[in-house]
Design a protein around this ligand. Structure first.
Ligand SMILES: Cc1cc2nc3c(=O)[nH]c(=O)nc-3n(C[C@H](O)[C@H](O)[C@H](O)COP(=O)(O)OP(=O)(O)OC[C@H]3O[C@@H](n4cnc5c(N)ncnc54)[C@H](O)[C@@H]3O)c2cc1C
Length: 394
């Protein structure tokens, strides 16, 4: 199966690569054209910075064009669990990134068609401990807890321990969102170069030199937003130790009769998830935990035990279906950090070098809020949440 495929990438119209003429003197170079890099380039360009974005493939060919398009303000660990394990300030910083991301997406959706629907989200508990955390989240965040059996859509088989609804969450077409952000970035003057894999980022006098596809670009500041590949590009790289690849896999299926589940569902601490598209197609993902070692890979090819587990989940979650046809299977790579928190801010002892990565399974929910914060730090000296600073690992 070709690695370039996903539900969204398969449906994107063919076009030539973006090869804008490079500005003579960019203020800033962004490496990586996923949600992080494109969102940041847009905010920087709108603030008046001359930005060059360099993407090794096409925009969205990384995880940002391969995901489920859930826009959830909470990560796999909800607010109460983060507050307990990492402190209230960290839980607040993540929630803030989530709320800011939703606000950016709502604003873009007001201007362009990106498939955004504020459906709300349903997080179904699969254990007593998860139910306790979600109930605590409902209390702390003013959200609604639905008791077992009273979940919207009556839950899903095997998950009847209650559920949390966050009405501000929703779903988006991730590739359409990315295209809309890129359009707004370029309209504000950002320059995009696709199919230009960066091979070196090195200090050169008081500037950074970025080598890509036979060209060299220089700027006083560089932001690495290249997901797991960020570790390869850091000058003094602890590399793999800082960012670990985790493959996530999905499938799309036509189910008869077509399911009408009203909300995107995130279950079992985010290990299983499902959404139903407007045309009735079901997108199902997760089950990484059946083969944690095998999924620690940069491969974007769907494989192995996880796809079999997704087939099982499809059977369990659509018990009344007379027919199920899998239309597509695909995978993508996520970047995980050792403490489960993003990396946003300057890289220590490398003046002018910044990171915006480590978004794990939540780049659509957090990425644009984090990008907005970094853009504000870079253009007007706004403070970044200390809890996300990359220097915590130095
Ligand atoms: C199957 C799946 C389902 C998911 N579902 C959801 C979801 O529903 N909601 C959610 O919030 N999150 C979800 N995620 C996670 C989310 O997709 C990621 O957190 C997010 O896309 C990460 O964005 P990014 O910009 O950091 O990385 P990416 O989107 O991976 O972008 C990094 C870019 O850098 C480029 N690059 C790499 N190396 C170089 C180089 N040397 N030179 C130039 N460019 C380079 C890559 O080509 C890539 O385009 C899912 C992920 C997967 C795989």
């Amino acid at each position: 199966m070709p690695a370039r495929r996903s539900w969204w990438l398969d449906r994107s119209a063919p076009r030539p690569p973006l090869q804008d003429a490079a500005p003579h003197a960019p203020d800033l170079i962004v490496v990586g054209g996923g949600i992080a890099g494109v969102g940041l380039a847009r905010d920087l360009a709108r603030a008046g910075a001359r930005v060059l974005l360099v993407e090794g493939r096409r925009l969205g060919e990384g995880a940002s064009g391969r995901n489920a398009g859930f826009v959830l303000a909470e990560g796999a660990q909800c607010y109460a669990a983060v507050a307990r394990e990492q402190g209230r300030a960290t839980a607040d910083a993540l929630r803030e990134a989530g709320l800011a991301t939703r606000a950016v997406i709502e604003a873009v959706a007001g201007r362009q068609e990106i498939g955004w629907q504020r459906t709300g989200s349903l997080r179904l508990a699969a254990s007593a401990a998860e139910a306790a955390d979600l109930r605590a989240c409902a209390r702390l965040l003013g959200l609604r807890w639905h008791a077992p059996g009273a979940e919207p859509g009556a839950g899903l088989p095997g998950t009847r321990r209650g559920g949390l609804v966050d009405p501000g969450d929703g779903v988006v077409d991730p590739l359409a969102l990315l295209a809309a952000l890129a359009q707004e970035a370029r309209a504000a003057g950002a320059v995009f170069r696709e199919e230009a894999p960066v091979t070196e980022v090195a200090r050169h006098g008081n500037r950074w030199r970025v080598r890509a596809a036979g060209a060299a670009f220089e700027a006083p500041r560089v932001v690495l937003a290249a997901s797991v590949a960020t570790g390869d590009l850091l000058p003094a790289a602890p590399g793999g130790a800082l960012l670990e690849p985790h493959r996530a896999q999905m499938l799309a299926a036509r189910v008869e009769p077509a399911p009408t589940f009203p909300l995107p569902v995130y279950a079992r601490d985010g290990h299983d998830y499902l959404r139903v598209l407007a045309n009735g197609t079901l997108l199902l993902g997760g089950c990484r935990d059946v083969d944690p070692e095998g999924e620690r890979t940069r491969s974007e090819i769907p494989a192995g035990a996880v796809q079999a587990a997704l087939d099982d989940l499809l059977l369990r979650w659509t018990p009344d279906a007379s027919r199920r046809t899998v239309l597509l299977r695909w995978a993508g790579t996520m970047a995980f950090t050792p403490d489960g928190l993003p990396l946003v801010g300057p890289w220590p002892d490398a003046p002018g070098l910044y990171l915006l990565t480590g978004l794990m399974g939540h780049g659509m929910g957090w990425g644009l809020g984090l990008a907005r914060g970094l853009a504000a730090a870079l253009t007007s000296g706004a403070l970044l949440p200390p809890t996300f600073l990359p220097g915590r690992f130095a």
